[in-house]
Write a protein that binds this ligand. Structure first.
Ligand code: SF4
Length: 284
């Protein structure tokens, strides 16, 4: 599903050492196009049950409309990001045996994929946390839970399917929240508003100073963040669908993902963290 035509925001986003946490569709058995449910909406032109291949998935596990996803009514496919879980499940957990030639393992593979995606998403955040200088007092703790998360990704298929990933996610979230507090405390803005989980649908935040703000889980659907300053703001889990980020400054924003950017709108003046790429559908 990822939009592999994205232009990088920097010369080398993978200089941040997260290459294994980026989707590599050429080494995946199209898992997101089979394992997940699609619901007819503004994001997907069809209904599809989990475990059923999308009608656009070709025999070689490539999308037959990859270059026309948005015009054909599948913008949701350009937003989705598996954090590299697809190639991990395909190549490692199932040893390169695909669900077409080994249909007896298909259901297990489709069960494991969303578990692996969650683990890889946690690895994304923890890798970032481990690089943040103000979080140095937590780096040993971050390193331990990062190693444990990595270890879990190497479990066999049955163990992954049985894993209590929600409990592990809670443990990681607690560490990330403390990391966030340490980093956001360094922001120059004196009064840091708490927008955690806030309903900011369609909010007019043009030019807003949100430096060091807590926007964890905030609903920013269609919000106008043109020219907003989001440096050092914690954006984990924030919903940016159709949010306007033209000219916004996201450098140093915490726990932002490619999927969040892909869901938003922006332009060449939007400033991005070094680890993320500028979506190709943004205004030129
Ligand atoms: S439209 Fe293409 S990218 Fe989207 S689910 Fe179907 S095959 Fe996958």
């Amino acid at each position: 599903m990822p939009d592999t035509d994205r232009a990088p925001a920097t010369d080398d986003p993978d200089s941040t050492g997260r290459a294994g946490l980026r989707s590599d569709c050429g080494n995946c058995f199209g898992l997101c196009c089979v394992a997940l449910t699609l619901t007819r909406s503004a994001d997907f032109a069809i209904n599809k049950d989990a475990g059923k291949p999308c009608r656009n998935l070709q025999d070689d596990f490539r999308c037959g409309i990859h270059t026309r996803l948005r015009s054909e009514g599948f913008p949701g496919c350009t937003v989705y990001d598996c954090f590299g879980a697809g190639q991990k499940v395909s190549g490692e957990t199932f040893g390169g045996q695909d669900w077409r030639t080994a249909p007896e393992s298909a259901q297990r593979m489709f069960e494991v994929f969303p578990v692996m995606r969650q683990l890889h998403e946690l690895l994304w955040y923890l890798t970032e946390a481990a690089e943040l200088a103000p979080a140095r007092p937590l780096h040993d703790e971050i390193g331990r839970i990062l190693d444990e998360t990595e270890r879990l990704t190497h479990l066999d298929a049955d163990a992954l399917a049985e894993l209590d990933v929600a409990a592990h996610r809670d443990d990681v979230a607690a560490v990330l929240a403390r990391t966030s507090e340490l980093v956001r405390a360094t922001a120059p803005r004196k009064k840091k508003r708490d927008h955690r989980g806030a309903d900011l649908i369609g909010a007019r935040l043009k030019g807003a100073d949100l430096r060091g703000g807590d926007l964890r889980g905030a609903c920013l659907i269609a919000a106008d963040l043109t020219g907003a300053d989001l440096r050092l703001a914690d954006l984990i889990g924030a919903d940016f669908r159709d949010a306007q980020l033209s000219g916004a400054d996201l450098t140093g924003a915490l726990f932002l993902t490619q999927a969040q950017l892909n869901a938003a709108r922006g332009d060449t003046a939007t400033r991005l963290p070094v680890s993320l790429s500028r979506p190709s559908h943004w205004e030129r």
